[in-house]
Write a protein that binds this ligand. Structure first.
Ligand SMILES: O=P(O)(O)OC[C@@]1(O)O[C@H](CO)[C@@H](O)[C@@H]1O
Ligand SMILES: [Mn+2]
Length: 448
């Protein structure tokens, strides 16, 4: 729980004209809605083939719902309660009332006046409402095409990563602890840069075969603004040796972000952790509805393992056969919880999703992938850049945790004095252009 008297700064919001939040709500969100509408249009024939006239009608109604939504957003209308009676509807509506109580002078909660984190999450949930309200469209993933495309566009990087993994596994038995550590740190960084975009992290170099994600790491090193990865390693090592009656085996939870190349980097890291004996159990956490365009759902997770297996490439197939086996024997498991697709800051989790919080307390290490998770960890607030990460978590400390994030939103804590100023003078868009990254660690038992 948050220490008393420690007031959190204001939330980022589109009410601050010219801010990144403002530009996102003004430009990016309507564009995403337009693309969603276009996707439904383009799939009209498929809906007809599959569901006949009912499919066409559902598509039409969903499109008009979404056009109305876009108009509400662009004209800064009050946000509306959800009406679809889904499992999470009441939590959303309750959160809206909470936001309303925070508004000054009783002004309505609206797109440009409320916290960016809230309204952006809300848009994705309203897209889902349009589908829920129009069966048989309720199972349709409007972002699926983009996610599969990004997987296929990064085939070269995936091949080289799987090849690298299989080589490591072959040589694992002869590895010293230092080699094990070095390889872990490399794969952690690959997973970090996997968040740069959904496509190959080799982009920008010549696109010949030799440019693999591993080869690119040294060039990227200087863009890591905070690197707590040695603490992540120590945490894993400490989790091995605990208890006198033999080994305690670590459980690692990975809070996934994007499908496509990023998901493969996460699977490769998870495979290494198990194959090297650093973790006994990996729990992947994904989204229960399509989310922020490219986030992983259960369907994406299963599809990715199947597609990796179907690839005509020896080491991709070998990797995914192993992954399927891990899933079957329960060493790996996939979980979703609707809290991940609510707008809450993570400091609310203990109160608002106590079951999830207590599940996470059983973990030895939680890896949070990506920018949106970082925004939720820090509450998406106007923190001073030098505020310690632990402080910005405001009591969210279920277990040792680490954020692996490339910067795509203007919130960043835990920097050294002067570091942000230097970055601003060298690269004014450093917080949002995705060139920089952080590996930030926090542990409940760490001295603060
Ligand atoms: O969480 P991710 O996939 O790394 O990034 C999500 C994101 O693209 O969405 C928001 C902008 O619309 C930003 O938080 C961020 O840039
Ligand atoms: Mn994402």
């Amino acid at each position: 729980m948050e220490a008393e008297g420690m007031l959190a700064p204001l939330s980022l919001s589109a009410e601050f004209e010219g801010s990144f939040a403002y530009l996102t709500v003004r430009d990016r969100l309507p564009t995403i809605l337009t693309k969603v509408i276009d996707t439904l249009h383009r799939n009209k024939d498929n809906f007809f083939k599959e569901y006949g006239k009912e499919g066409i009608q559902a598509e039409k109604t969903a499109i008009s719902f979404l056009s109305k939504l876009r108009n509400e957003l662009q004209t800064d209308k009050p946000v509306l309660s959800l009406t679809d009676n889904a499992e999470d509807s009441e939590a959303w509506n309750e959160y809206m009332r909470r936001q309303q109580d925070l508004m000054e002078d009783g002004r309505p909660v609206s797109w440009f006046k409320s916290p960016w984190l809230y309204v952006e999450c809300y848009m994705y949930r309203r897209i889902q409402e349009a589908l829920y309200m129009n069966p048989p469209m309720d199972k349709f993933d409007v972002f699926k095409e983009g996610k599969t495309q990004s997987f296929f566009e990064s085939q070269q990087a995936i091949k080289s990563l799987c090849t690298y993994l299989q080589e490591l596994i072959t040589n694992m038995e002869n590895m010293t602890e230092i080699q094990l550590r070095d390889n872990f740190l490399k794969l952690l960084q690959v997973s970090l840069w996997g968040n740069k975009c959904d496509l190959s992290i080799s982009a920008g170099q010549d696109n010949s075969q030799k440019s693999s994600p591993i080869d690119s790491l040294p060039d990227f090193q200087r863009f890591i603004l905070v690197d707590d990865s040695s603490m992540v390693w120590s945490t894993l090592v400490a989790a091995q040796g605990a208890g006198s009656s033999g080994m305690k085996h670590a459980r690692v939870d990975i809070i996934l972000d994007n499908a496509g190349f990023e998901l493969v980097t996460d699977l490769v890291l998870a495979d290494f952790l198990v194959s090297a004996g650093l973790a006994k159990q990996i729990r992947f956490h994904g989204k229960s509805i399509p989310w922020f365009v490219s986030d992983v759902t259960k369907q994406d997770f299963e599809w990715t393992i199947m597609q990796t297996m179907a690839a005509n490439h020896k080491w991709m197939s070998a990797s995914s056969v192993q992954w399927k086996h891990f899933m079957k024997e329960g060493t790996w498991s996939y979980h979703d919880h609707f809290f991940w697709t609510l707008p809450h800051e993570f400091c609310d989790m203990a109160m608002d999703a106590a079951d999830l919080y207590s599940t996470l307390q059983g973990s030895d290490l939680i890896l949070f992938k990506g920018d949106l998770n970082y925004r939720k960890l820090t509450g998406d607030r106007k923190w001073e850049h030098t505020v310690p990460f632990d402080q910005a978590l405001r009591g969210f400390q279920p277990a040792p945790l680490c954020s692996l994030r490339t910067l795509k939103a203007d919130v960043q804590v835990g920097l050294k004095p002067g570091q942000a100023e230097k970055l601003s003078s060298q690269d004014p868009d450093w917080m949002t252009n995705g060139r920089y990254a952080v590996v930030q660690f926090s542990s409940p038992c760490r001295e603060q």
